[in-house]
Design a protein around this ligand. Structure first.
Ligand code: NAP
Ligand code: HSE
Length: 381
């Protein structure tokens, strides 16, 4: 199968190289921006790709919602298979693309859009055929995991850790989505769509690591705790609870051994019990290998990852609750149901009694809108 590639950046280059080396697959034309064409195999319009009758599938690795959505729709309408690593595209327009694909009989797969090289969606799509998925969760962003690990083990500051993750090709073109948790939120939305046929839309409760300081990291370390950014999605009465937040783990937790750009994704099936997948969650070849896994699935007859009746829902995070570690102004501590005061001063650190996830996130958003700084993380266990 001849495969065209849209975008020739970190992942596009890796996909092209892997296509050259994969029996049964061959690289086709590669879309680059006008003025950036350097090689004979590069083209500057989608039409040149659609005009090539030999192209059987198109891989999109440009990022962003437009023009990626328009190119995806045109590809599917031409009857060609469409594979993407672009979680923003699938989270926002995935249901429309799935409908287009069903109409044309072409495949629409996006395994690389969640977990980089980690085969979470591939396995979930298989598992739902014979099992009932009861929860999906995990470390789903490589950039922030790399940063957290570097800050904790090398004493690196936030900005230097982010710069390293960008240099290594892990971060998005605009890393805001990584550090605010939005990238992980899109990924958990896709995992919920595959696992439950429910795609949580709109603003999920989403806390990243952009309010984390080196002093916070030193404080967790002094208490034997490790911080990881966790995404979680569970069915909740016809909808889902779906959210992203930093979580503090004790030393025995497997999450503490997830280093660098690695991800650890979990699901729990009614029959399979807990399943855990770990591997590189970002980076050129791990992600390209996930794209190639989709292409090989197409060759084996796979056409969809989303269930045909997949529907958009509003997440409900009021049913989930945790105790939280919160760093905030001493004058604000009475706003929360404090269980333990960890440190005193103008700024205090507290552990709350269990409160609903939504309540904690709403409180943090309200405080920040009022110009008051705070950091929070759920406390595991
Ligand atoms: P990247 O290095 O920025 O590459 C994207 C490439 O696409 C750039 O060369 C960009 O050109 C090009 N491009 C963007 N819009 C275009 C357009 N309209 N026409 C032609 N070319 C266009 O990004 P990446 O890291 O490869 O990521 C690509 C996608 O994969 C994103 O959706 C990302 O979320 C996803 N992904 C990335 C990773 C990872 O580890 N990096 C892992 C999993 C999924 P310019 O540079 O000129 O803008
Ligand atoms: N920026 C993303 C991450 C790429 O760091 O996880 C993989 O989706």
């Amino acid at each position: 199968m001849k495969v065209a590639v849209l975008g020739f950046g970190t992942i596009g280059f890796g996909v092209y190289r892997m296509l050259e080396a994969s029996p049964g697959l061959e690289p086709g034309p590669v879309l680059v921006r006008e003025g950036k064409k350097k090689e004979p195999f590069q083209v500057t319009s989608l039409q040149e790709i659609l005009d090539d009758p030999g192209v059987g599938a198109v891989v999109e690795v440009m990022g962003g919602v437009e023009p990626a959505f328009t190119y995806a729709r045109e590809t599917l309408r031409s009857g060609r298979h469409f594979v993407t690593a672009n979680k923003a595209l699938v989270a926002v327009r995935g249901l429309e693309l799935a409908a287009e694909a069903r109409q044309s009989g072409a495949a629409f797969l996006f395994g690389a859009a969640c977990g980089g090289g980690v085969p979470l969606l591939h396995n979930l799509a298989l598992a739902v055929k014979t099992d009932e998925i009861r929860s999906v969760s995990g470390i789903l962003n490589g950039t922030t995991n790399y940063m957290l690990h570097a800050m904790q083990t090398r004493g690196m500051n936030y900005d230097s850790a982010l710069r390293e993750a960008q240099t290594l090709g892990y971060a998005e073109a605009d890393p805001t989505a990584d550090v605010t948790g939005m990238d992980a939120a899109r990924k958990i939305a896709l995992a919920c769509a595959v696992a439950y046929g429910l795609l949580p839309e709109g603003g999920l409760d989403c806390e990243g690591i952009d309010h984390l300081s080196a002093r916070d990291v030193a404080d967790f370390q002094s208490r034997g705790l490790t911080c990881r950014l966790i995404a979680r999605g569970v069915p909740a009465g016809g909808t889902v609870a779906a959210y992203v937040e930093p979580v503090l783990f004790g030393a025995a937790a497997p999450e503490c051994s997830v280093t660098d750009n690695y991800n650890m994704a979990r699901y729990e099936g009614r029959f399979s019990g807990p399943m855990v997948f770990m591997g590189q969650g970002a980076g050129r070849y791990p992600t390209a290998s996930s794209v190639l896994r989709d292409l090989s699935g197409i060759q084996a007859g796979q056409r969809a990852m989303l269930p045909p009746d997949c529907a958009a829902v509003q997440a409900d995070n009021d049913r989930e609750s945790h105790a939280y570690y919160v760093r905030l102004g001493a004058d604000r501590a009475a706003d929360l149901p404090v269980d333990r005061l960890l440190s005193q001063g103008e700024t205090v650190r507290v552990i709350t009694k269990p409160i609903s996830v939504h309540q904690m996130h709403v409180y943090a958003r309200k405080e920040r809108r009022a110009g008051r700084e705070l950091f929070f993380a759920a406390v595991e266990g």
